[in-house]
Design a binder for this molecule. Structure first.
Ligand code: ADP
Ligand code: MG
Length: 339
């Protein structure tokens, strides 16, 4: 029998990888915002149209790319963020897989404009379905603009699977909230179909929460702040009386990255036990800062699931930190009677 195994061409491999990285427009938004943050931007604009289906643009004032880097950035496993396997265990950036731009470019029409501080002129590249279809020198501001049009243009099944513009817009907004909350020191603006959704000047964490969720949030927040040699826990919990029927304002950030953790969520619920009615949910904005070598982020391509080295201790400590704050700020006079 003849040999039948062959290596897939890059554009096919990219399209397959794209399936994991890009589920919907909000996934593109997340990847582009994270790249802007990794590029040390202090100001980031997000522009979307039609729930991101026809257009997503992220403009940053970060370090930009040289012409060669601009071309290389769309290759799979091309990254400036790690160099060796050990780096995976000590990550300081959001990205490191070098997959996002290759994946996005495989399934959409992308236009990138970028310039570094040292270059007088920048680069404008157009890519459609992984193929560079245009490149020219461009007079552009320092930083990078990534424009992603016609998502899933070459995968009709995926395109048809997308929900209404409103639903996709809501997913994008959720992603925007997570990133904007994780990085209060960065200014963000967000435009949808030509009108502003958010305009958030840089701020501290509390004010950013209020910018995002409204002025009424201010009075609901109780600070938490404790530190051991393994973790620094900070942020805010909402007073028990503001617990809501719907879940919603529940955020964990580990080293400035939004994460999902059913396990730590359970610890929070434990701290609120007896203080909120059953069927209601406490709000929280909790930051966990740990040594990057004690957290594994490389579990899933979207990196929202992470593994902490000593989760049991973290669980117990988080629970007691919250209880302590609830007591200290006198939100719960009866707390003294608790064990
Ligand atoms: P990763 O972020 O995992 O490295 P990406 O595919 O998202 O992979 O990006 C590839 C590379 O392109 C990055 O490592 C970075 O060097 C460069 N890059 C992407 N976006 C930007 C940006 N907004 N500003 C500067 N460089 C960028
Ligand atoms: Mg990236």
């Amino acid at each position: 029998m003849a040999d039948i195994i062959r290596l897939l061409p890059d554009h096919v491999a990219n399209q397959i990888a794209a399936g994991e990285v890009v589920q919907r427009p909000a996934s593109v938004v997340k990847e582009l915002l994270e790249n802007a943050i990794d590029a040390q931007a202090s100001d980031i604009q997000l522009i979307v149209k039609d729930g991101g289906k026809t257009l997503i643009q992220v403009v940053d004032n970060g370090i930009g790319m040289t012409e060669t880097d601009a071309r290389l950035s769309f290759e799979r496993h091309a990254t400036s963020k790690i160099q060796k396997a050990e780096d995976l265990f000590n990550l300081h950036t959001k990205g490191f897989r070098g997959e996002a731009l290759a994946s996005i470019a495989a399934i959409s029409h992308v236009e990138m404009m970028t310039r570094t501080q040292d270059d007088e002129v920048g680069t404008h590249i157009k890519i459609e379905g992984s193929k560079i279809v245009g490149q020219e020198v461009a007079v552009v501001p320092k930083g990078t603009s990534m424009l992603v049009k016609n998502l899933f243009f070459n995968i009709p099944a995926r395109r048809n699977f997308l929900k209404s513009d409103q639903v996709e817009f809501r997913h994008i907004t959720d992603e925007f909230h997570r990133v904007a909350l994780a990085h209060p020191q960065i200014s963000f603006s967000f435009y949808n179909n030509g009108s502003d959704v958010f305009n958030l000047p840089n701020n501290d964490f509390k004010k950013r929460i209020v910018q995002v969720f409204g002025r009424k949030t201010n009075e609901k927040l109780v600070p938490i702040n404790e530190e051991t040699n393994v973790v620094k826990i900070s942020g805010y919990i909402q007073k028990p009386e503001f617990a809501k029927k719907s879940r919603g304002e529940q955020f964990f950030f580990a080293n400035n990255r939004f994460i999902k953790s059913p396990y730590l969520h359970h610890a929070v619920l434990g701290a609120f036990e007896g203080l909120i009615k059953s069927g209601t949910h406490p709000g929280y904005f909790i930051r966990l800062d740990v040594d990057p070598s004690t957290i594994d982020i490389n579990i899933h391509p979207t990196k929202t699931e992470v593994k902490f080295d000593d989760e049991h201790t973290l669980y117990a400590y988080l629970k007691s930190t919250i209880k302590h704050s609830l007591g200290q700020f006198n939100v719960v006079p009866s707390l003294d009677f608790e064990k």
